[in-house]
Design a binder for this molecule. Structure first.
Ligand code: SAM
Ligand code: SF4
Length: 474
């Protein structure tokens, strides 16, 4: 379809690009954040309703500091009421950084001759996974540049390899992917390899901004990218992740772009994205980016609170691009997944002593804590770290939606499974202090269970974990 900038409120159809810049701009221009309206919208969300584009735009336009605080408080309450203290942990694994594209913000772009290019060999991939398993990781996201070498068969092979690696009690139980858009056939191939979520970030939903940053390679084609997850759905992958790179264009526009994308997937496929990511632009090798659209910490934290309220039943992912203090603040707003122990230089998990080197990574990360440090801190703050992968393995897809909408789901599945995977971690990987604190936290969570029969079932499974059994879940 040829895009006509005058077309307004594009009808949602499979594979048809759905963003109308004019629609979003008009909604933003017309959104008046009166005190009364903002409060109504926050309570609509607290009553577990999704917000419309217009309502989200009203939150986005709030500038009054008191109302901003009410938005953040609303997000905190939603998180507490609905999701509790559980946080899912994962780690990224960069498989290859060859790239034919020229995304101006990225250290991997084709014209960056200083970037050290590598594709992990089979043996190197296994070694990286072994190291990740030795830390206690159970969930990975594999990341690839865009290159003919990294076609669907290649990706599927790497996924299968990762699942086969078993080191001690370690194993990877869920492999997600962040990579270039595939065609329908390609998506089928990676689905067959058993992937969890397929993530593709639109980077910018604004065509003008998108064109400025993507000047070479296949990624130049906005329509191919915006329809990527439609093709994934057509191929039977109903577990998809969307995202925007904050700092390329007006963050307010991008928030509405993300919500519009959720609306599109729900309208056409009856299922929204599993997760939303909101990476913020960071330093990268030989990148001098225009700071016009830089998102301040204050705007960034507010933006996450708005997303939480706008799509209460979509998972939110916060990565180690952000420093620990920002991560800690945002955890309280309902982020559901974080990475921990993250290293993004090629081969860095195996080559432990490597310092961060901008010329060997895509961008700079700002939270360099190890998995064990993050686990210790989460436990200290009474968050319940989880490595649970039960839903996708039992065919309960769309679990985030279920957590939200099925009464008792979190109590019946998520919390106990978090406790079981935490117990595994404490047995196999935790240092002494963390182990004690972790078991105390499990006891505290057990006390909060009101169904005695279920509680004793869980206690029995926790005991079996202590005795050496692994991978028990509800
Ligand atoms: N090459 C694939 C693609 O472009 O879709 C895989 C994704 S890329 C390796 C992962 C994501 O990192 C990108 O989609 C982009 O949002 C983000 N990214 C790229 N450069 C970045 C930077 N300088 N700071 C923060 N995030 C960045
Ligand atoms: Fe390549 Fe992805 Fe980086 Fe763009 S963001 S240059 S496609 S690795």
């Amino acid at each position: 379809m040829i895009y006509d900038p005058q077309v307004y409120a594009i009808e949602d159809k499979s594979m048809v690009p759905f963003i109308s810049e004019k629609e979003i701009e008009d909604i933003l221009d017309g959104a008046n954040p009166t005190r009364e309206r903002v409060r109504e919208i926050i309570s609509k969300s607290l009553n577990k309703n999704r917000l419309t584009l217009q309502e989200t735009a009203i939150l986005v336009n709030v500038t009054d500091p008191e109302l901003v605080e009410e938005i953040k408080e609303g997000a905190r309450r939603l998180k507490e009421q609905v999701y509790g203290k559980r946080i899912v942990l994962f780690a990224p694994l960069y498989v290859g950084n060859l790239c034919i594209n020229n995304c101006e913000y990225c250290g991997f772009r084709a014209t960056n001759k200083d970037q050290k290019r590598t594709t992990l060999t089979h043996a190197e991939l296994i070694r990286e996974v072994e190291m990740l398993e030795e830390m206690g990781q159970k969930r990975l996201i594999l990341v690839y540049g865009e290159h003919p070498k990294y076609n669907a068969d290649f990706m599927a092979d790497t996924v299968r390899t990762v699942y086969k690696v078993k080191k001690g009690n370690g194993e990877i139980r869920r492999v997600n992917i962040n990579a270039a858009p595939l065609d329908i056939e390609g998506f089928r191939t990676v689905k067959e390899a058993g992937i969890g979520t397929y993530q593709v970030f639109q980077e910018s939903y604004h065509r003008g901004a998108y064109a400025r940053y993507h000047t070479g390679g296949k990624k130049k084609d906005y329509n191919w990218r915006i329809s990527a997850l439609d093709r994934a759905q057509e191929a039977g992958i109903d577990d998809v992740g969307i995202g925007a790179l904050f700092g390329l264009y007006d963050w307010r526009f991008e928030v509405l772009g993300l919500i519009r994308h959720v609306n599109h997937l729900e309208a056409v496929y009856n299922v929204g994205p599993h997760t939303i990511s909101f990476p913020r632009l960071k330093r990268a090798s030989n990148v001098n980016y225009d700071q016009q659209w830089e998102v301040s910490d204050e705007d960034f934290t507010r933006m996450v609170a708005i997303l939480r309220l706008a799509v209460p039943y979509t998972g939110l992912i916060l990565t180690a691009r952000e420093p620990a203090d920002i991560r800690n603040e945002i955890l309280g707003f309902g982020v559901s997944q974080i990475d921990a122990g993250t290293k993004i230089e090629m081969k860095a998990y195996a080559e432990k002593e490597k310092d961060q080197d901008l010329d060997a990574e895509q961008f700079e990360i700002n939270d360099n804590r190890s998995l064990s440090e993050v686990m210790d801190e989460l436990i200290e703050n009474e968050y319940l770290p989880s490595f649970c992968t039960a839903c996708y393995r039992t065919g309960r897809t769309g679990e985030h939606f279920m957590e939200f909408s099925v009464p008792g789901f979190i109590k019946r599945y998520c919390t106990p499974n978090a406790m079981l995977t935490l117990a595994e971690y404490l047995e196999d990987y935790a240092k002494n202090g963390t182990r004690e604190k972790g078991y105390k936290l499990i006891q505290k969570n057990l006390k909060e269970l009101d169904d005695d029969k279920f509680k004793s079932k869980l206690e029995e499974r926790l005991e079996r974990v202590k005795q050496g059994e692994r991978d028990l879940y509800f």
